[in-house]
Ligand binder design. Structure first.
Ligand SMILES: Nc1ncnc2c1ncn2[C@@H]1O[C@H](COP(=O)(O)OP(=O)(O)O)[C@@H](O)[C@H]1O
Ligand SMILES: [Mg+2]
Length: 576
């Protein structure tokens, strides 16, 4: 992405605030101009009050000074506040935009993009962008004008002295430029190493059960300490440079100052100049230093902001690969059949995971899908709600290609319960009614009851209001699963996908969950992938998938009698 494009896209972000932005720039100009005036006032202060002892100036100057500071303060505040407001508005809009964009992506996007990366896009990169926009653009302008105003003061006071100091100012800037490059390199390194520290932190905390089980605390501790040490070394490298840079600048500055005092003092003693002129000159010179230093810093802020902007914009440029077509119609309520015709699918457009699947599932059927691990059962189930798009063939619901109807209307008709329960750190009530805050209390209770969850919920001190912890970790596996089933029950979708919903459970909870599932399957069209014989036996039909193909289909008894794949699987997996 070229700088020009990045700039024009950044400009587009602040365009809605154009007038506020211009006002804030104007305020910055006033502040810069008044800084010059501030330095200029030193002249009458010294010459009129201290040398000429004028009482008139004694009464005027303090008032003028107060006015000057008041006006400057007002404009400074205005400049700061407007910039902050514009910047924070941009941040808020960008965050929401990136968040929505991320959630518009398909599951494969989430599979290939690390979570930490997405979080740093939304949190830190957008901050860097904002810093580049507000601090840099307007800060640069303010500092630049300030330098010009102060230069005018310097030259109007004594142009010969001004020439001398102009030789020294750049000299004082040499350490800034020389060290600036090192600082930038070290700052990138610091950021990367801090990221590794937080990664280790994140991994070891989420992996705490495994760390404990393998008594790897010491190993993790060493890993962490090593990384913290690396970060420490980088920070010390930075400190070592700063240790030299600052004194070096002071010494060069001192040299310049000494020269100026010597020349300037000579002029004053010779009567060619007044003390006021000299001190006004000196004040302006000291004041000019700050903005010059700031300008050098702004460059790195801009560079960092631009790099961040490129990352954020490229994320925004990734098209959502699974979306509804424009003006797509809604999928009418499901009533007839789901049909898979010559269906082929791969995750990477190369290795076929599903090959030539043909399947007709009439409404109301319970279809069991069995097969060895990795044969493509979950993949098949995930195609129904269009989590992934098929490569070839057709997937029709009541004759509608699912790519031609709105995603919303399709997914509204499908409920999914998987082995891995996904719950939110919220109340049980909100977890059951997820996505539908309007549901009545009785409905939620009824769903919990049918899911065999009411018993344990009512035993909790806060009942339905109990907040269940991150991913529901305050509940047992069976309890979590029954909450997910209650959620699916409440959704009351005609099509149901159960992907090993009971495999993570012990026999005791499994029995409870099994009853809950049977309630859930009533009057629905169900795709069930199960490791339990009982679930499969009740199915109307069983299909056996092997290497992405349907190799057998029929009822339990038929398939067992045939003595092929199913019998093998049965002997291996279900014989207990
Ligand atoms: N998100 C994914 N990206 C790439 N390959 C995948 C993905 N999910 C599953 N696979 C591969 O697809 C094949 C079928 O997986 P899956 O449908 O999960 O099997 P099953 O549910 O039958 O155990 C496996 O070889 C697996 O490695
Ligand atoms: Mg699976």
């Amino acid at each position: 992405m070229s700088n020009k494009i990045v700039f024009s896209r950044l400009y587009a972000l602040i365009r809605p605030y154009k007038y506020q932005f211009m006002l804030s720039m104007f305020a910055a100009l006033v502040v810069a101009g008044l800084s010059g005036a501030q330095a200029y006032m030193v002249k009458p202060l010294l010459d009129k009050i201290f040398v000429e002892k004028s009482t008139y100036f004694l009464s005027i100057l303090p008032i003028a000074l107060i006015l000057l500071f008041a006006v400057k303060g007002f404009f400074y505040g205005l400049n700061f506040f407007l910039l902050e407001k514009i910047g924070q508005n941009v941040i808020r809009e960008m965050r929401t935009k990136v968040f929505d964009h991320i959630h518009a992506q398909s599951l494969s996007f989430f599979h290939r993009t690390p979570t930490g990366e997405l979080i740093s896009r939304v949190i830190s990169d957008i901050n860097f962008m904002q810093a580049a926009i507000s601090t840099a653009v307007v800060g640069l302008l303010r500092d630049f004008i300030q330098v010009i105003c102060l230069l005018i003061v310097i030259f109007s006071m004594n142009w010969q002295l001004a020439m001398i100091s102009l030789v020294f100012l750049p000299a004082a800037a040499i350490p800034i430029v020389k060290f600036g490059r090192a600082f930038r390199r070290i700052s990138t390194k610091m950021q990367e190493e801090t990221a590794v520290v937080s990664n280790i932190m994140h991994e070891s905390i989420t992996g705490a059960p495994v760390v404990k089980a393998f008594t790897m605390e010491e190993h993790e501790s060493k890993r962490f300490a090593a990384q913290v040490e690396k970060l420490f070394q980088t920070i010390m490298e930075d400190a070592r440079y700063r240790r030299i840079q600052h004194p070096l600048m002071e010494v060069i500055g001192g040299f310049g100052m000494a020269l100026i005092i010597w020349f300037g003092g000579k002029e004053v003693i010779a009567g060619n100049s007044t003390p006021g002129t000299f001190f006004a000159f000196l004040t302006a010179l000291v004041m000019i230093y700050q903005p010059i230093k700031a300008v050098s810093k702004i460059n790195s802020t801009v560079q960092r902001g631009l790099a961040a902007a490129v990352r954020v914009f490229s994320l925004l440029d990734q098209p959502a690969d699974i979306t509804s077509k424009p003006n797509a119609p809604e999928l009418p309520p499901f009533h007839n059949s789901i049909s898979l015709q010559n269906l082929q699918f791969s995750y990477d457009k190369q290795t076929k995971v599903l090959k030539d699947i043909n399947l007709e599932v009439p409404a109301g059927e319970i279809l069991a899908i069995v097969g060895p691990s990795g044969s493509g059962k979950s993949t098949l189930a995930n195609l129904i709600p269009r989590f992934f798009d098929i490569d070839a063939g057709n997937l029709l619901i009541d004759g509608h290609d699912i790519r031609d109807v709105t995603l919303r209307s399709l997914r509204k008709q499908i409920a999914i319960v998987t082995q891995q329960t996904i719950l939110f750190n919220d109340s049980i009530r909100n977890n059951i009614a997820y996505g539908d805050s309007e549901r009545a209390e009785e409905e939620i209770r009824a769903a919990a009851k049918a899911a065999h969850a009411l018993g344990f919920i009512e035993k909790l001190p806060e009942g339905f209001d109990t907040v269940i912890g991150e991913s529901g970790n305050k509940l047992s596996g069976g309890e979590r699963q029954r909450i997910s089933i209650a959620r699916a029950l409440l959704k009351n979708a005609p099509i149901l996908v159960l992907d090993e919903a009971t495999s993570a459970l012990d026999t005791e909870s499994e029995r409870e969950v099994q009853i809950a599932l049977e309630n859930l399957m009533k009057n629905r069209t169900t795709f069930v992938i199960a490791h339990r014989l009982s679930t499969i036996k009740n199915a109307d039909r069983i299909i056996v998938i092997k290497d992405g193909r349907i190799v057998e289909e029929g009822t339990h008894d038929m398939l067992l009698a045939a003595g092929l794949e199913y019998e093998k699987l049965y002997n291996m997996q279900y014989q207990n």
